[in-house]
Design a protein. Structure first.
Lengths: 322, 340
């Protein structure tokens, strides 16, 4: 495989944004950069600021994670929420190595408002300090807790979906597989937002993005090496850690998958949807032309970002019959 | 993930971010986006509503979240008129931000280029872009030349003007992005340009390219850009014809991203405001005394500077060879530094 393939062009509206932010947000993340990237960014709003102008309440709950260790979830609901409604179990992104349960929460809060859903967002433990299986097992434990406490959370257990972006998308897919193989909890749908699901890092798209865009080939090695150590790329990787490894995607809840055409995750996302269909399942796939990883977060004002967000929301609406 | 991805927000009100603004609008123009996209892109960068009113009257107004707003006009807001009669503005309440001027300028130019590509004359504009494009196949350039009614055998010159200079109407023209800034292209029959004056009029800069047959217009355009790059307040209109073999030198230097060491040496003197004027004067006058007189500075001051600079450069402008070497390096340095 040639070292640097020509990638699909970036959408010009998005590329202009990248030109401005490129210096502050490097494409290639290496292991030494992890501590710095975990520093809280004073320029980003806090969760209280984020929910301040929405009529949403938030509370933190300590729950048992993998091996019974205490982890935290945050529960978001409309201030006027009563009875039970749809539930969204959210697994945040950050390459498996950074981020907290509030990363990517804006999209979930939009759905909380719009569908009167209750969102439970789990703070799983991060690699490399907590390698596989900690992250996905923490997520599964959080899902189990959510299902067990559905009624008091105001969640209809028959309408509980899982959603996450990037590493969170991978964890959502992995958790959905665990839920299938462990016969529960029941999931109503899975929203895999530009999911990170293939540790092998050998697809064409994983070779096309190097030194530009967001989360390039080098970053992907960093994240997967942190999660799997020397097991990365070997036969010793479970489908729960790297859902792309799964050869049987039957019996899963309906999936929504989106991804950009100019990001490393493009081909694994397309392959995942294709495998779901090959196994007779239900999936909707969107590949956004000229999108780099996370472009809807970086450039929400653009036409493509608006289309991406609208397509996700429309799918959730259809799923909920709303 | 915010740490990985970030989010585009308005520019810092205090910190100058010219390069980012230039890169931002250049990328948009290069991607051939619509005026609507330009408006919302400007709004998000400015952090306030941005608008444009095209010369035909159409208004596009956008909010910083990208939302399209109603067609209110620019009354009362800070506006800027662009080269093709479009007006752009931002609706900033309170103090102007450091980057507002640059943002409005680049916004206006981006709109002008976009409009010129898609307006009533768009076919002619596109043809003019193609006919000077060295990377376009010869067939495409021949078709474009025919579209512009350029006689295949008559000689024609490309003329380069900065984007903000008004052009005489009637000549085929286009707005092109160059590494030195946006430039207007005029195609002028050789007979009309013979006089040499009449471009810009007065202080406006212009570069007049070589006279060529239509098929060699890319060479005329690149010579026009060299000429424009060498124009300045003292010599606003430069003819490529008058540059002689310097054109060859410019071409060779342009082909290499790295500057020649002599040129790099001059660039490194940039922080010293007296260095280049002293060397220019010495090069022109040939003697320290002559240079001192030209600069209006005491002879011994100039002598001291010359001694230090000779050491820094590694050659002596008091010799004929040194002056040739300097003059050559100086032209290449000016070519690299040219912006408009």
């Amino acid at each position: 495989m040639p070292k640097a393939l020509t990638r699909p062009p970036f959408d010009p509206e998005l590329e202009a944004v990248l030109a401005v932010l490129r210096e502050q947000f490097p494409s290639a993340i290496t292991p030494e950069m992890i501590p710095v990237m975990r520093q809280p960014n004073p320029l980003m709003p806090t969760i209280d600021q984020v929910i301040a102008d929405r009529a949403i309440t938030s509370r933190d709950v300590a729950i048992p994670g993998y091996e019974g260790a205490e982890i935290v979830v945050s529960v978001f609901a409309r201030a006027d929420h009563t009875g039970t409604g749809p539930g969204i179990f959210h697994t945040h992104g950050g390459g498996m190595i950074i981020g907290d349960r509030f990363v990517g929460i804006d999209v979930m809060l939009d759905w909380v408002e719009r569908f009167d859903a209750v969102c439970v967002s789990v703070e799983y433990r991060l690699a490399p300090e907590f390698p596989d299986p900690y992250p996905v097992e923490d997520c599964y434990a959080g899902l189990v807790w959510t299902a067990e406490h559905a009624e008091e959370l105001g969640i209809d257990p028959d309408r509980l979906m899982i959603a996450g972006g990037s590493a969170g998308g991978g964890l959502a897919a992995g958790t959905a597989l665990l839920a299938r193989d462990r016969q529960g909890p029941a999931l109503f749908g899975q929203v895999l937002i530009y999911p990170m699901i293939d540790d092998r890092n050998e697809t064409v798209s994983s070779h096309q993005i190097e030194g530009e865009g967001v989360w390039d080939r080098t970053s992907n090695f960093t994240g997967w090496n942190a999660l799997l150590g020397e097991r990365r790329g070997t036969a010793d990787v479970s489908v729960y850690a790297a859902p792309s490894r799964a050869t049987d995607l039957g019996g899963l809840p309906p999936a929504f998958i989106d991804v950009g055409s100019a990001e490393v995750f493009r081909d694994e996302a397309v392959a995942y949807a294709s495998q779901i269909w090959a196994d007779g399942g239900v999936a909707e796939l969107h590949v956004w032309p000229g999108g780099f990883h996370g472009f809807d977060m970086m450039a929400p004002h653009t036409a493509l970002a608006q289309a991406m967000t609208a397509a996700r929301t429309a799918w959730v609406a259809r799923l909920l019959g709303a | 993930m915010q740490e990985l991805v970030g989010r585009l927000t308005a520019l810092d009100p205090e910190a100058s971010e010219s390069l980012k603004i230039v890169g931002y609008f250049d990328t948009l123009v290069g991607g051939q986006v619509s005026v609507d996209v330009l408006a919302r892109s400007a709004a998000v960068l400015a952090g306030c509503v941005a608008g444009v009113r095209l010369s035909g009257g159409r208004v596009v107004r956008a909010a910083p979240n990208g939302e399209r707003l109603d067609d209110d006009g620019p009354d009362g807001w800070r506006t800027l008129e662009g080269p093709t009669g479009s007006v752009v503005w931002i609706e900033r309440t309170g103090e102007a931000h450091t980057n507002d001027t640059m943002l409005l300028e680049r916004f206006a130019i981006a709109v002008a280029i976009t409009v010129s590509r898609s307006g009533a004359d768009s076919g002619a504009h596109r043809a003019a872009e193609v006919v000077v494009d060295a990377s376009a196949p010869a067939d495409d350039r021949a078709t474009a030349a025919a579209r512009l009614r350029l006689d295949r055998h008559a000689r024609v010159r490309a003329v380069a003007l900065p984007a903000d200079v008004p052009v005489p109407s009637g000549s085929p023209n286009a707005l092109l992005s160059t590494p030195f800034g946006f430039a207007q292209l005029l195609l002028v029959p050789d007979s009309a340009a013979r006089g040499g004056d009449g471009f810009g009029g007065g202080a406006a800069r212009a570069g007049i390219g070589l006279a060529v047959e239509a098929g060699r217009l890319p060479a005329s355009w690149s010579s026009a850009l060299v000429a424009l790059r060498l124009s300045d307040a003292r010599r606003p209109v430069v003819r490529a014809d008058d540059l002689g073999a310097l054109l060859l030198l410019a071409e060779t230097a342009d082909a290499d991203a790295e500057p020649h060491p002599d040129v790099a040496a001059l660039e490194s003197l940039g922080h010293d405001r007296t260095a280049l004027p002293t060397l220019d004067a010495l090069s022109e006058e040939g003697s320290v005394r002559g240079a001192a007189a030209a600069l209006g500075v005491h002879h011994s001051t100039v002598q001291a500077r010359v001694t230090a600079l000779t050491e820094a450069l590694g050659y002596d402008l008091r010799t004929s060879d040194g002056r040739t070497r300097y003059a050559t390096a100086r032209i290449l340095q000016r070519l690299r530094a040219a912006r408009w």
